[in-house]
Design a protein around this ligand. Structure first.
Ligand SMILES: N[C@@H](CCC(=O)N[C@@H](CS)C(=O)NCC(=O)O)C(=O)O
Length: 198
């Protein structure tokens, strides 16, 4: 049975799972969750995702079997440690700031004004963080070393909202952060497919 991805198209967390499924050639079908009616907060939904967040997947097979040899999560202990570090950097140093800027886009969807002071503060903090990314990528092909890992892919959906929020220049500044600008996996066909909803 095809795996069901219960999520909201266009949300970063849904797109992350969608992207990884595509990288691993796993067929998934998107089952839309209606944010407008707060379906993700309904009792029925909370049985699957106790935090009332998207996405969750329904898979009758064993989820662990996927991606085992894909290299997206390295097996070698040293490479695994580097991967854990890179994934942690994404979650703690990138997502909170990109996420705050992303709120601007989501508020605009709902016709609400963004708190520009908060957005500007996080953009400022993000610049510092991206300088650190530049230091990493100056000597490393990808975030966790010589091979592309899940950590590099995790970057894309939030990065996309930086662009949509008018802050894409931070990622594309070839003068200030040439390695960040050049080493993005943004051109991967799988990411293009996710963006096209395919
Ligand atoms: N750890 C969860 C986080 C999921 C998450 O934060 N989802 C957001 C969308 S990107 C959400 O559903 N937000 C709505 C809410 O929290 O009410 C995951 O990675 O799947």
């Amino acid at each position: 049975m095809t795996i069901q991805l219960h999520g909201a198209a266009g949300t970063t967390c849904t797109n992350r799972v969608f992207l990884v499924a595509k990288e691993l050639n796993i067929p998934v079908v998107l089952v839309p969750v209606d944010f407008a009616t707060a379906e993700h907060k309904s009792e029925a939904y909370l049985e699957h995702q106790p935090f009332g967040q998207v996405p969750y997947i329904v898979d009758n097979a064993n989820v662990q079997q996927y991606g085992g040899n894909s290299g997206l999560i390295p097996k070698d202990p040293k490479k695994l440690a580097k991967f854990e570090q890179a994934a942690s950097i994404e979650v703690t140093d990138f997502d909170p700031h990109a996420g705050a800027i992303m709120e601007k886009v989501f508020k605009a969807f709902r016709g609400l004004p963004a708190d520009e002071t908060i957005v500007a503060k996080h953009a400022e903090l993000l610049i510092d963080k991206l300088d650190a990314y530049e230091r990493i990528l100056k000597t490393s092909k990808w975030l966790a070393g010589g091979d592309l890992t899940l950590a590099d892919l995790l970057h894309l959906p939030y990065g996309d909202y930086l662009t949509k929020g008018g802050y894409g220049g931070l990622l594309e500044d070839e003068e200030k952060r040439p390695h960040v600008a050049k080493k993005s996996p943004i051109s991967r066909p799988t990411w293009q497919a996710v963006q096209n909803g395919a």
